[in-house]
Design a binder for this molecule. Structure first.
Ligand SMILES: Cc1cc2nc3c(=O)[nH]c(=O)nc-3n(C[C@H](O)[C@H](O)[C@H](O)COP(=O)(O)O)c2cc1C
Length: 262
């Protein structure tokens, strides 16, 4: 298959997906394919170039992916045969993303040419030690390179398992709805510890959905629409945002904060 120039739209909370999409970009480029990277949180889906191949990269969250990632994909314009592929990164099990997303893009007239789920370190609940994560990343990046090669030689596939795909998708919606509830936002609220926070504003810059603003007391304030991508907690230079759902509040990051903002 002759892939056209690629516009690769991605979101990464703590860096795993960024590493994967960059490895794929490098592999495509080595083969002479032009790849432009776009951060989903900065991109207007209606302005995608339908003459190029579209890539989508994002993490799995709650057996689904973040609401704003779904919104981006659901807002893509109608197309007449634009090729599209997806890659997600996950700790182990994704539920109902792949099949349902295939339906969405297919109904919009895109040609789904490949989907791949790549296991990377878990960034939530229990964070394993650095050596375990290093090995997982190494294996994940080998898979990313293989997948990019498969896309180029026409061996990639994007399948949907009838019934099960949809059942898993609708089950996963429950998790996303629970995240949205005010009670949950209060319980898991990622709020800065004012004794540690130096008001540097890193969390505000990193939040993909503008859920953090400067409060009246000049400390960051969570506006209670958090989707739990964990960027603010993971990259706070003062470790001032305790991630209460993680064992011992330990955080994970695969890259430096500035790499997420390029
Ligand atoms: C809120 C949240 C929910 C998650 N849910 C799942 C899940 O349902 N299944 C899974 O395999 N991994 C899950 N993970 C782990 C991430 O998908 C995984 O670590 C991913 O590689 C993170 O990518 P990123 O660093 O680009 O954000 C979850 C992570 C977060 C923060």
């Amino acid at each position: 298959m002759d892939l056209k120039a690629i516009d690769f739209y991605y979101f990464s909370g703590t860096g795993n997906t960024l590493l994967v999409v960059k490895k794929m970009q490098e592999t495509f480029k080595k083969n002479g394919i032009d790849v432009k990277m776009h951060r989903i949180e900065n991109s207007d889906p209606e302005k995608v170039n339908l003459n190029n191949t579209i890539g989508l990269g994002f993490p799995v969250a709650e057996l689904s992916t973040y609401e704003f990632v779904w919104e981006f994909i659901k807002s893509l314009p109608q197309s007449e045969g634009t090729e599209i592929f997806m890659v997600d990164t996950l700790g182990g099990f994704s539920g109902g993303i792949v099949g349902h997303m295939r339906e969405i893009v297919k109904k919009k007239g895109y040609v789904p040419i490949g989907a791949k789920e790549i296991i990377m370190p878990v960034n939530i609940f229990y964070i394993p030690d650095k050596e375990i994560n290093r090995i997982k990343i190494k294996k994940g990046l080998i898979k990313a390179e293989e997948y990019a090669n498969n896309l180029m030689n026409g061996q990639a596939e994007w399948k949907k398992i009838p019934v099960i795909s949809d059942a898993l998708y609708y089950t996963s919606l429950l998790g996303l709805k629970i995240t949205e509830t005010r009670l949950n936002q209060k319980l898991l609220y990622l709020s800065p510890d004012k004794a540690k926070c130096n008001k540097c504003g890193t969390c505000i810059k990193l939040c993909p959905i503008d859920n953090i603003k400067i409060g009246k007391d000049e400390y960051p304030e969570n506006l209670m629409h958090c989707q739990y991508c964990l960027r603010c907690a993971s990259f706070c230079p003062k470790e001032a945002i305790p991630c209460k759902i993680n064992y011992k509040w330990k955080t994970y990051r695969a890259v430096n904060a500035n790499e997420l903002l390029i």
